[in-house]
Design a protein around this ligand. Structure first.
Ligand code: AVI
Length: 325
């Protein structure tokens, strides 16, 4: 899934990782690491495991809505329709949309992901669907979308999917900017389906991001293992713990990796020594939660027209369908 995966075979990504780590851990202020680095092969597998946790209802809510309303969505789009998805995911949710569209006319599916492993899994999961041709694109979201739009035929309508509330891992102003970037690559009449996790009671959110089995903790701490492996660092995982924090003003859950006691770690590849005070943290992810009208407001600002919104009541989540103006 998602935007960054193993840097194996991609030396330029290793350079970018190194630069981001230096920027995030090398200075005097709040230590940070970009959340996209959570998704190496083990991190992606742990995220997949998180989606099965009873406390983490997000992925199941997303799938329930898509499954229940895929035919309705497909009926709103005039064929021929080609589908592109930002972050290929496991393919579980997308299957319903592809099946609904392929009932009407054969279609092409372009999963876009920087992780070749994720694309391979997705191709295996969805490759057997009748009347669907899967064309994986190994690239970042906007690069991949540009490739898709340059290949499309003029009579084809593009149906772009951005599911799983991945938009929630963008800061709010960056989310707005990103929708503008997406819209700039689409043609009027193209469709965009956006999944957003909705605000819910803090206790439910904290349980979702700090589950009793410790899967989310492992997902978070795995980032230190990645630093050890890819940048020759010596972080001792036993000296850190996972913490989830609800920020009520910003309506977001933050994940931190907190030092249990004062100590230092060395990142040999960067020739960097990182000092930790007891209780000092590395901020690794923010997961913004939305009010139901918010996706509609930001999409309108990015020149999309709302065409429908479906919500899950068991785990408040919204799927919003837009048409490019
Ligand atoms: C991928 N993303 C939408 C997940 C989220 O909920 O923000 C990642 C995640 N982080 C902790 N648990 C799951």
């Amino acid at each position: 899934m998602r935007s960054a995966s193993a840097t194996n075979g991609h030396p330029e990504l290793l350079d970018e990782f190194a630069a981001d780590v230096r920027a995030g851990l090398g200075g005097p202020g709040q230590k940070t690491l970009p959340s996209r680095y959570l998704y190496d092969d083990l991190g992606s597998a742990l995220f997949e495991a998180i989606s099965f946790l009873p406390e983490y209802g997000l992925t199941r809510a997303d799938e329930r809505i898509v499954r229940a309303h895929a035919r309705e969505m497909a009926a709103m789009l005039r064929p021929p329709v080609v589908v592109a998805e930002l972050g290929s995911g496991s393919g579980r949710k997308t299957r319903w949309i592809l099946e609904a569209l392929a009932r009407l006319k054969p279609t092409v599916y372009y999963p876009i992901d920087i992780s070749s492993a994720a694309l391979q899994r997705c191709a295996v999961e969805l490759g057997g669907l009748a009347s669907v041709r899967v064309e994986p694109i190994e690239d970042d979201y906007l690069g991949g979308l540009t490739t898709v739009t340059s290949q499309r035929k003029t009579n084809e309508r593009l149906f772009l999917l951005f599911l799983g509330s991945t938009i929630g891992n963008f800061e709010r102003d960056k989310a707005q900017e990103f929708l503008g970037e997406i819209r700039a690559r689409l043609l009027p009449g193209d469709a965009f389906l956006l999944g957003t996790d909705l605000v819910k009671p803090p206790a439910a959110l904290l349980a979702a991001y700090d589950d009793p089995l410790g899967v989310t903790a492992a997902f978070n701490l795995n980032l230190l293992r990645r630093l050890n492996r890819e940048l020759d660092a010596d972080f001792d995982l036993a000296l850190f713990e996972h913490e989830a924090r609800w920020d009520a003003a910003e309506k977001r859950v933050d994940m931190h990796i907190v030092a249990r006691r004062a100590h230092k770690a060395r990142i040999k590849a960067l020739d960097l020594v990182v000092l930790f005070r007891a209780g000092e943290s590395i901020w690794t992810e923010s997961s913004y939660k939305y009010e139901a009208d918010e996706p509609i407001r930001i999409a309108r600002r990015a020149k999309f027209e709302p065409a429908g919104q479906w919500r899950d009541l068991e785990w408040p989540f919204a799927e919003s369908l837009f048409i490019a103006r």
